[in-house]
Design a protein around this ligand. Structure first.
Ligand SMILES: CC(C)(COP(=O)(O)OP(=O)(O)OC[C@H]1O[C@@H](n2cnc3c(N)ncnc32)[C@H](O)[C@@H]1OP(=O)(O)O)[C@@H](O)C(=O)NCCC(=O)NCCS
Length: 361
């Protein structure tokens, strides 16, 4: 039995099919509250998203079940609690979040929301619970993960996780690249990478993925789950086929977002071996986001990471000339990737903690 503090209620969120539907107001308010919470934590609006651009991520999905509750105090929406249940095989995983506006922290609302989510995880046979949170820099005691890379302040969110039995497993660095500054360094690095990768050619597209690249892109996307440094976090093997690529692509195209994929293709075999993704919403004056970047294991050591990142950024100037910066996330122990980003000119702006708890079966 979960008892929420007096005056607090949790309402299951049903996402509308379209943002213009009569019943879309709860979803629109959820996104407004989400954006406010991210602004309160980060001090800027780079994590903002428009309701119609977030909506495709809340449509029924055969790869993952997404459940969310909005949290209300005396009728006012103050936050949200959500849980994602991957549907790969007999997945033991659940990914969750609880996000509250700052005014209501420290009254037991987060605890009640977490208890609801843990119950849902148990009811669905999930025993590995994982969650990420921003930990803005602050004075005082710090926590380090077992990776030995990075630390975060033992802040309110960290104490919340610890009290609910979670351990800090990994630090993620959030970095930014100034799109309005000079690109000479990027051009120089690209020239060096081109010279070091003569067996490869660059190919580029905007989603929806052209048919000739679907299989190669699907394979590289499937390797993101297995090849990115995961510390002691757990991820299921992911199967990506043409259908999943189409579902993935439509999450961007349905709301008019732009996703540019820059890839390296092995000339002799035609295999796609490395890729980089850059994304922006309909409002091109907002921040851009670097999403996945990966070099397949067999093709490492040819500067392909630098190649796809630099080529992607150089084209991006024409795609979104007004966007102020590109935001990206990397594991703090991912030295090869951080070396590339630092050489390009990305600078750290914030750190996140990745937290995990294993429930008894
Ligand atoms: C992290 C977060 C979810 C915690 O929610 P919360 O409602 O503040 O958490 P609780 O009130 O349940 O517990 C926090 C503190 O309040 C205390 N508390 C619990 N019930 C209380 C009550 N009824 N009255 C007063 N204090 C209470 C707890 O003892 C705890 O104290 P501590 O900081 O010394 O450990 C919230 O701060 C938040 O949304 N942060 C931003 C997003 C984020 O980082 N989310 C992390 C999970 S994804």
């Amino acid at each position: 039995m979960i008892t929420a503090p007096a005056g607090v209620d949790f309402r299951p969120l049903t996402a509308p099919v379209s943002i213009d539907d009569a019943d879309a107001s709860e979803f629109i308010e959820m996104v407004r509250v989400r954006n406010r919470i991210y602004r309160e934590i980060a001090g800027h609006d780079d994590h903002r998203i428009a309701p119609d651009e977030l909506l495709p991520h809340y449509q029924p999905d055969e790869d993952e079940r997404r459940l969310m509750w909005t949290i209300h105090v005396d009728g006012q929406m103050v936050g949200r609690a959500g849980i994602d249940l991957p549907l790969q095989g007999d997945s033991k995983l659940a990914f969750w979040l609880v996000e509250l506006v700052r005014d209501v922290w420290g009254h037991g609302i987060g605890t009640a929301a977490y208890e609801l989510l843990e119950r849902i995880a148990r009811e669905n046979g999930r025993t590995v619970l994982q969650s990420w949170a921003a930990h803005p820099d602050a004075p005082g005691p710090r926590l380090a993960p077992p990776t030995g890379f990075g630390t975060i302040p033992e802040d309110h969110a960290a104490r919340f996780y610890l009290r609910h039995g979670f351990s800090l497993e990994q630090i993620e660095r959030n970095s930014a690249f100034d799109l309005q500054g000079p690109f000479d360094g990027v051009e120089r690095l690209l020239a060096q990478a081109v010279a070091a990768s003569s067996e490869y050619r660059l190919v580029q597209w905007f989603v929806p993925t052209p048919p000739e690249f679907v299989d190669g892109y699907a394979w590289m996307k499937s390797r993101m789950a297995t090849d990115a440094p995961a510390a002691n976090l757990e991820f299921d093997e992911e199967t990506w086929d043409a259908g999943r690529i189409a579902r993935h692509d439509s999450r961007y195209t349905d709301s008019g977002r732009t996703l540019q994929v820059t890839a390296a293709q092995h000339i002799e075999t035609g295999e796609l071996c490395a890729f980089n993704e850059l994304v922006i919403g309909k409002d091109h004056t907002e921040a851009s986001h670097q999403e996945d970047t990966l070099v397949l294991k067999d093709h490492r050591g040819h500067r392909l990471g630098t190649l796809v990142k630099c080529a992607g950024l150089l084209s991006w100037r024409a795609v979104a000339p007004e966007s102020p910066r590109v935001i990206t996330y990397n594991a703090e122990e991912n030295r090869p990737m951080l070396d590339i980003n630092e050489a390009i000119g990305f600078v750290p702006i914030a750190y996140e903690g990745a937290w995990k708890k294993v429930l008894d079966d």
